[in-house]
Ligand binder design. Structure first.
Ligand code: SF4
Ligand code: SF4
Ligand SMILES: [Zn+2]
Length: 278
């Protein structure tokens, strides 16, 4: 982890997830960013269906629900939101992609997977081919045409780009050295041994407890509750937030954050121009 105190500090960055610290900020900004990531960053999802044949044991409604929740890869720059498309939202190559699921079981049962979905556009395909969709008995058939478009999570969960998006205050543990008696249980400081996350440790120089790993502290206060001398306090920093964001795979996780921040900036610009025009 970098020791810099910049506004944003990346703690962990993988293909689908990121953990970062937002510093010198406030709860209003952190929550606005979180809510926009969940509800306003658009992604592609199937929203309309034509069920031509379904003799599987799964009801049409369940099948459609399942298919609509399969995350699709999304090229945000390549498609328009239907309501902003020149076609007026009727459906055209700039705002809509057709996908087909056509599987027929022969003499033996067949499992239908997301990899069986065929897309008319290679930019819009299931993020993973291993999602099971249905099990067909011998002779069963599924033939469905699906229409995917961009949409926002605030209208339907199928359009949410994140499978996790949360933050917590940056934890701070304060030890009052005049009250702390360095009480021990089993040879370890009591508060240290009570920490369920094992992120509290003993300072080798002073012998007092200290928070070794603030990122993984859950702010549970078990250490505070364990102290009989009121010598330890949990004082979260309300200007710093530890974010964890996980993409469904539709859009790279850093692009979700970037797009959310851009949307927030656009909202502020619109507000300023309206106020400025009074
Ligand atoms: S439990 Fe309280 S008194 Fe004991 S070591 Fe921890 S802070 Fe000090
Ligand atoms: S608040 Fe909970 S997780 Fe954090 S140091 Fe205390 S006991 Fe451990
Ligand atoms: Zn269109």
């Amino acid at each position: 982890m970098s020791s810099s105190k910049s506004l944003v500090e990346i703690v962990d960055f993988k293909d689908l997830s990121i953990r970062f610290i937002l510093r010198n900020s406030n709860i209003a900004f952190a929550n606005a960013l979180r809510r926009i990531m969940i509800s306003e960053v658009p992604v592609m999802a199937v929203s309309d269906f034509a069920i031509i044949n379904n003799t599987s044991p799964i009801f049409d409604e369940i099948l459609v629900h399942r298919l609509s929740l399969i995350p699709l890869t999304t090229d945000l720059d390549g498609f328009n939101l239907p309501e902003k498309c020149a076609c007026g939202g009727v459906g055209c190559p700039r705002c809509q992609v057709t996908l087909t699921l056509n599987v027929k079981a022969g003499d033996s049962p067949v499992t239908v997977y997301s990899r069986d979905i065929v897309s008319s556009d290679p930019r819009v395909v299931p993020v993973n081919g291993d999602f099971p969709i249905a099990k067909l008995s011998a002779g069963d058939e599924i033939l469905i045409e699906m229409y995917a478009r961009l949409g926002k999570g605030k209208y339907n969960a199928r359009f949410q780009p994140v499978s996790a998006c949360a933050y917590k205050y940056f934890p701070r543990i304060v030890v009052n050295t005049s009250s702390c008696v360095k009480c021990s249980s089993d040879g370890t400081l009591k508060c240290v041994s009570e920490c369920p996350k094992k992120v509290l440790d003993v300072d080798s120089k002073t012998g007092y407890p200290y928070l070794r790993d603030p990122i993984n502290c859950s702010l549970c206060k078990a250490c505070v509750d364990a102290c009989e001398y009121d010598a330890i306090e949990l004082k979260p920093d309300d200007t710093s937030f530890i974010f964890y964001v996980e993409s469904t795979g539709s859009i790279p996780v850093h692009k979700i954050i970037y797009t959310a921040a851009t949307i927030l900036a656009e909202k502020c610009d619109e507000f300023l121009s309206k106020i400025g025009g009074l």
